[in-house]
Design a protein around this ligand. Structure first.
Ligand code: SF4
Length: 355
């Protein structure tokens, strides 16, 4: 599919826009209590899983002090999420965050937004103008056509930014109603060329969220709309990254990484695919080469059904088989199979890297 042409906006070293890969984002799901090695480790783990940008709520001077320390060490650009208090936005920008996310409607008077724009302009900080259908200004909250209302509002905000000659902006238009999210983003992309951050807000726990997000974001992405995404999940952050990557992979918009094929098991199974996938999934997500992996429950159907896979695993009784392109290359045991699989997978990675 052809992506809609949008301007490029740099968020730190990550370019956002139609000429660039679609970035996967998440948002830290707790107060940032302290700058610590543990915090950096967690961000590092998310980065290895495929997170391109991370956002934090900045609610106090203490939060901003932590962000200031975090920015130089973070492996991914850091975004400060600001509500109501324009001074916190100014302080976050001064702290060096690569992007702030604001809803100009709750910042207050135009002059406050202009001050934020001037500071962002001086520091080369990007700004996401983020509108959520559930938090529209009181005077328009009950308007019948929410999509049109959101478009009109965001147009007013964009005009304010343009009056300051500031175009370092990314737009998000989210709603907990997935159909409104679809319509409003489609309308926006017909009228503007600023990059869009896509997401269905308050999308629920893992399964409902992934279904709603895949359906809504999938349709927008298929129409070439969207430059960065977040799958909002009431659940672990790493699931947001997995889900975002899988949606992009499904749409052929993710250039590398593992394509995992695994069977659900049935009465015929001799190998516990549930156990193996849950043990290995995080590791698979860190692989950046284009590799297909099959985890199959039975040696009768497994290798044959997964003969296209670069590497696979199955078993019967006490024996576990590792296969490549349908041919068994190693016999092992359940106790040793994880390590032996990783060794064989490393060979596949090396071959792909050297080719
Ligand atoms: S691969 Fe084997 S174990 Fe898995 S679902 Fe198919 S028949 Fe059942």
């Amino acid at each position: 599919m052809e992506r809609k042409k949008t301007k490029t906006v740099m968020v730190g070293n990550v370019p956002i826009g139609s000429g660039h890969p679609i970035a996967v984002q998440t948002m830290w799901d707790k107060p940032i209590q302290a700058y610590s090695i543990a915090l950096l480790d967690e961000i590092g783990a998310l980065h290895r899983l495929g997170c391109n940008i991370i956002r934090f709520s900045a609610q106090s001077d203490a939060d901003i002090d932590i962000l200031k320390k975090l920015v130089p060490d973070s492996p991914v650009p850091v975004v400060a999420d600001i509500h109501f208090d324009f001074k916190l936005a100014l302080k976050s920008i001064a702290a060096g965050v690569q992007k702030i996310r604001i809803n100009p409607g709750n910042i207050g008077a135009d002059w406050k937004v202009r001050e934020i724009i001037h500071a962002a302009s001086d520091q080369n900080c990007a700004i996401r103008i983020g509108l959520n259908g559930g938090s529209l200004p009181v005077q328009v909250r009950n308007n019948k056509n929410r999509s049109e209302t959101m478009i009109n509002l965001v147009e007013d905000y964009i005009n304010l930014f343009l009056s300051e000659s500031f175009e370092n902006i990314i737009i998000s238009l989210k709603d907990s109603d997935h159909e409104i999210t679809y319509q409003v983003n489609k309308l926006f992309s017909e009228r503007f060329t600023y990059p869009l951050h896509l997401g269905v807000t308050e999308a629920g726990p893992v399964i409902p969220s992934i279904i709603r997000s895949a359906y809504t974001l999938g349709r927008l992405l298929q129409e070439g709309i969207g430059d960065t995404i977040r799958v909002s999940i009431t659940g672990p952050l790493k699931d947001e990254i997995y889900a975002g990557k899988e949606i992009l992979k499904m749409m052929n918009l993710y250039e590398s990484g593992v394509k995992l094929v695994s069977c659900p098991k049935c009465g015929r199974s001799g190998f516990d695919t549930h156990w193996f996938v849950s043990e290995m999934q995080d590791y698979f997500q860190t692989i950046t080469n284009n590799i297909s992996i099959a985890v199959m429950g039975c040696a009768v159907n497994g290798p044959g059904e997964a003969s296209h896979a670069d590497i696979g695993i199955t078993g019967i009784g006490k024996e576990v088989f590792i296969f490549r392109k349908g041919e068994i290359v190693k016999k092992t045991t359940k106790q040793k199979c994880k390590i032996e699989f990783i060794e064989e997978l490393q060979k596949v990675i090396d071959e792909k890297t050297n080719n």
